[in-house]
Structures are given as C-alpha cells and as structure tokens.
Design a binder for this molecule. Structure first.
Ligand SMILES: NC(=O)c1ccc[n+]([C@@H]2O[C@H](COP(=O)([O-])OP(=O)(O)OC[C@H]3O[C@@H](n4cnc5c(N)ncnc54)[C@H](O)[C@@H]3O)[C@@H](O)[C@H]2O)c1
Length: 271
C-alpha cells in the first residue's frame, strides 16, 4: 500500500513500538494520530515526532468511537488503524491465578479494542473500498509467553481476529496485517527510549520492528515477523505439537534454574 498522504491512527503510540511505527509512518509522509492513556505523554510524544495526539483508553468502546469521530471530523476518513496498545502481567502463581480483572483487561486491550475499532470503521471503509487494519499481536500469540497466560491467550485471539478481517473483507478492498514480534526493548520490558540496548540475539529495538512493519505494509503482507525465527518455531508447533510442548517445558525449566520465578522483564535475556 502507498502510505504517503494516508491518515493513520496508532494506539499505544506514546511509547515503544507504537511510537516507532508512528515515526516510521510519518517518514513515509502519512498523517499520523497517536492515541494513548496519558494525555501528557501523548502530547509530549506527538510534539517530538510531528504527530497529532489524543488521550484514549482503548478498554472503553465509547473512547474509541469518540476518537474516531474526532479524527474523522478534524482530518477526514481514516485509512489505516493500528491496534498496538498492550500490557503484560506475570501470573502470580499457577496458570489460572491471575485475577478476573487482569484477564478482562488483557481481553479488552488485546482483542475487544481491535473489534471495536473495526466495528466503527468497517462500514465507511467498505463503502470506500479501501482501508487497512494492522494489529500488533505477538510471537506469544503464535507460540506462547511462558508465565503470562492472559497475554498468551488474548494475543492468540488477536491473531484469529486479524485472520477474520483478512479473509472476510479482503474482497471489500480491506487489508489486514498482524505483527508478531518476539522480545523488543520497550518500556514493556523495562527499557527507556534512550537506554543502551543489551546486545542479545533476538532482542530487537522498536525501530527494528517499525521497519519490518513498514516493509510488510508496503508488500500488503498478512503476517509480519520482525524475528524471522518465530516462523520456524510456528512451523514446528504446527507440525509436531508434542515435540513443541516438550521443548517449551524444557525452556521453562532452564529459565527457572537461572532466575527466581518467571517474569518477562528478566526472562527475555534468558531465551
Ligand atoms: N516489547 C515486547 O517484547 C513485545 C513483544 C511482542 C509484542 N509486543 C506488543 O507490542 C505492543 C506495544 O508494546 P510495547 O512493547 O511498545 O510496550 P510499551 O509499554 O512501550 O507500549 C505500550 C503502550 O500501550 C499503551 N497502553 C496500555 N494500555 C492502554 C490502554 N488501555 N489504552 C491506550 N493505550 C494503552 C501504554 O501506555 C504504552 O504507551 C503491545 O501490544 C505488546 O503486547 C511487545
């Protein structure tokens, strides 16, 4: 897809991967709006990168609808919607030990916010015969995030919804891509934007991911894998699920032998 001149919205755009995607889209001459929880953080990032910005908590259907109404009124039809906001949580104990509130938050941010955006935008996009939904899921959705069951389950659901969009609305001229990175040095893993990133194989920067996203969008690629190895793991999981489960059990044992408990903020350097 040609990105120049398009109106693009990035949720979770104040930090990390969302911010980097917004910057990369601006470099492609798109007109970009970032949405995020905290209005000060949104304004600061928007000023720094040359985007528009607004506060929007994507766990509220009405907030997404309001943002869409405002953007359409101020800038025109939305061409590209990037559902990128996300949160992690470490399971406090066994895999079902996270509270209902944590499960619901993961479901709302990683799945329902994608559904609500599509519900609000699809009628206009179908009538125009064009539109693009890009969903930041995760390698955790194709594979698994050991130690975070709500994250893993909802990221898998996010991939499924992106597939529904692509299959059902491809013939309406609507594009859908899903981004499935493994570990990325963002605030989610405890990194600040100016931090020196450890030289660890498999740990990418948000800018690396944004480059893969722009390339994938230009190619209209459905599955965007900034870490190509994830595609190999996904093939193994599909072709030999028994071997894959055993391999993941072994990986979990190894991590537990090297650190106290399972926390994505520490374990990403052990994978
Ligand atoms: N960092 C990684 O290793 C990694 C790997 C795979 C996928 N991802 C996914 O990438 C996406 C971006 O994460 P990131 O790594 O840049 O993390 P990040 O914490 O740097 O950025 C996430 C952004 O989402 C915003 N956000 C959280 N809840 C929100 C809400 N309810 N409404 C609006 N905004 C909200 C946060 O304020 C933050 O700006 C997430 O969906 C995450 O799951 C991250």
């Amino acid at each position: 897809m040609e990105l120049a001149g398009k109106i693009a919205v990035v949720t979770g755009g104040a930090h990390g991967i969302g911010r980097a995607i917004a910057e990369a889209l601006i470099a492609e001459h798109a007109d970009v709006v970032i949405l995020d929880l905290n209005s000060d953080a949104v304004s600061k990032t928007a000023d720094q990168i040359g985007a528009h910005g607004a506060a929007c908590d994507v766990t509220h259907h009405s907030a997404i609808q309001q943002a869409i109404n405002d953007i359409t009124h101020d800038l025109g039809h939305i061409d590209i919607w990037i559902s990128n906001a996300g949160v992690i949580s470490a399971d406090p104990d066994h895999v079902a030990s996270a509270s209902d509130q944590i499960w619901q938050r993961a479901w709302d941010i990683h799945v329902m916010s994608h559904v609500w955006a599509a519900r609000a935008l699809l009628p206009d996009m179908i009538s125009r015969g064009s539109g693009y939904f890009v969903n930041t899921a995760s390698a955790a959705g194709l594979l698994l995030q050991i130690g975070d069951a709500p994250y893993s389950a909802t990221k898998a659901a996010a991939i499924s919804f992106a597939q529904s969009l692509a299959i059902t609305h491809g013939d309406d001229g609507i594009l859908s891509s899903v981004i499935c990175p493994q570990y990325v040095a963002s605030s989610m893993l405890g990194y600040d934007v100016d931090d020196i990133i450890p030289d660890h194989p498999g740990l990418l920067t948000p800018a690396d991911v944004a480059r893969a996203v722009i390339d994938g969008m230009k190619e209209q690629q459905f599955l965007i894998l900034p870490h190509p190895i994830v595609g190999e793991y996904a093939k193994l999981r599909a072709s030999d699920p028994e071997k894959w489960i055993k391999g993941m059990q072994k990986l979990r044992r190894r991590i537990l032998s090297q650190t106290d408990g399972i926390d994505p903020k520490t374990m990403h350097l052990l994978v």
